[in-house]
Design a protein around this ligand. Sequence first.
Ligand SMILES: [Zn+2]
Length: 283
Amino acid sequence: MPELPEVETIVRDLRPHLVGRAILSAKLSHDDVLRGVSKRKLLASLKGARIISMDRRAKHAVIELKLATRPPAHPPTRLIIQPGMTGSLTIADEPLEPGAARYAVLRAPLDDGRELVYRDVRRLGTILLLDEKAWTAYDAALGPEPLDPELTPARFAAIMASSKQAIKKVLMDQRKIVGVGNIYANEALFAAGIDPSKPASLLTPRQNKLLLSHVRRILQAAIDSQGTTFRDYRTGTGEKGNFQLELFVYGREGEKCRVCGTRLAHTHEIDARITVFCHRCQQ
Ligand SMILES: [Zn+2]
């Protein structure tokens, strides 16, 4: 699943190639990826649109567009692409060969001869087109970005204090804070020494501070390794992998804690996803 670091990597890679370009036309192979916009409206809007900026919000790529069909002073419209598990957003230097175009859902040739392509084998991703008002509502429904400096430890603590649910559940709730997937939640809670089932409102100020800093460290390391995220710290040949992070708990249920040697426990009871933790290190 493309998580925050993967989408951030895609956006950073594509941004310099896309900003300032105009979309000549667009083709959509299947409309089951669309949410709240018809195929006809999407294609009519994209035709002739100029790309003003490209950013990430949560796990979505956000492309700001100046539509050719709207007066110049009109606020931008945003094309939102959330790549699903089998989705990828790329730029092709030349028109796609028929074989390469096979899973292309959205194709948008640009005014420099290149082409923006969204591929999605199983079409698990989604595409939205939002005007200013719809974007404001969409953005407001999402929690703050974990890497945003405006998310101070005090603000983070206030969000956690507002819920009696298990801290792991709150950490993964996109309305509370965005972009923290299951692996990141498991690892950050272990690193901060916090029991994943502890009610979020009972975290101490120190635990909140530690948790935020570990969430940031882990996400940043994943971005620095361009979304390669985690690998176990030994390769198949027993050498140290060249990755930013080793996994301490995720995928290691039943194995020994790397810190204290206690056998790691696991549960599906918190949020129906796997939670792996150390009874001894996490309180
Ligand atoms: Zn331990």
